[in-house]
Design a binder for this molecule. Structure first.
Ligand code: ATP
Ligand code: MG
Length: 244
């Protein structure tokens, strides 16, 4: 894994300037202007369909803006090699847990001779060393999420995007993922994640971005956001009321 210095130089900040994304006639991101900088995780929150996944995909460089621009470390087009994403519903390869990781290592150019040791390190980091030979598709949901994180880390990312990594996990499995996110973040990897879970956002976020109908309602330091949300929508959302 990499030092924070190399992280910020190459890929950060990720700067959205009045980014709009259309799907056909429908606006799915609406004039989003945010800056994702190094430091504690940036957490995207907002109701279903508010644009969290779309924003993550755009920040990863998978979806191009229809309007506005996105820059990485000050450059408009940045090679996506130092970024990795874990999707909302990760697909496991029909291989063992270890096989899934070594495949990712091979795909990111790690020489064969180093893959065994790196696979062991990553399995241990995510607490799956005892299950290394198990077919990945037979792991539990929580175990698959941890394996997905290990696979993403195999790409040696500077920035790691996580799309609802704890959705449908129980409290123990959620805690395991949250602990991993803290470890990853402490190693200098910038984490950008979407979640529905406000408690989780509070526990992990350095910065919060609240989305609603494709637009940013509020963004900024998490402590300020949770202590004193500035907008009515944010107050409602924090109070557990439905934003419609
Ligand atoms: N390719 C597409 N074509 C048409 N509409 C799309 C497309 N991708 C996303 N959308 C729509 O854009 C909106 C935002 O979707 P997105 O998946 O980003 O929301 P989300 O905040 O991640 O929601 P969830 O919490 O349910 O995961 C939704 O209304 C969705 O149906
Ligand atoms: Mg989503």
């Amino acid at each position: 894994m990499n030092s924070p210095a190399s992280t910020s130089a190459a890929d950060l900040p990720i700067h959205f300037e009045a980014v709009g994304i259309l799907a056909g006639e429908v606006t799915i991101l609406d004039r989003v202007s945010i800056k994702i900088s190094s430091g504690a995780p940036t957490v995207l929150i907002g109701p279903n369909g508010s644009g969290k996944t779309t924003l993550l995909r755009a920040a990863m460089g998978l979806t191009r803006p229809s309007f506005g621009q996105i820059t990485w470390g000050g450059r408009e087009a940045s090679p996506p090699t130092r970024r990795a994403i874990v999707f909302q519903r990760p697909v496991m390869l029909r291989r063992s847990a270890a096989g899934n990781i070594s495949y990712a290592l091979a795909a990111s150019g790690v020489p064969r001779a180093e893959r065994g040791q790196r696979t062991a390190e990553l399995l241990s980091l995510v607490g799956l060393e005892a299950l290394s030979g198990r077919p990945a598709r037979r792991l539990s949901g929580g175990e698959q999420q941890r394996l997905s994180l290990a696979r993403a880390l195999a790409r040696d990312p500077a920035v790691l995007f996580l799309d609802e990594p704890t959705a449908s996990l129980d409290p123990a499995a959620t805690k395991a993922i949250e602990d991993l996110v803290r470890t990853i973040s402490a190693r200098g990897i910038k984490v950008v994640m979407a979640t529905h879970n406000l408690g989780e956002a509070k526990r992990l976020a350095g910065e919060i971005v609240l989305l609603h109908r494709g637009g940013v309602i509020e963004s900024g330091p998490a402590s300020a956001f949770f202590a004193a949300p500035a907008t009515e929508e944010a107050k409602k959302y924090l109070a557990g009321e439905l934003l419609v």
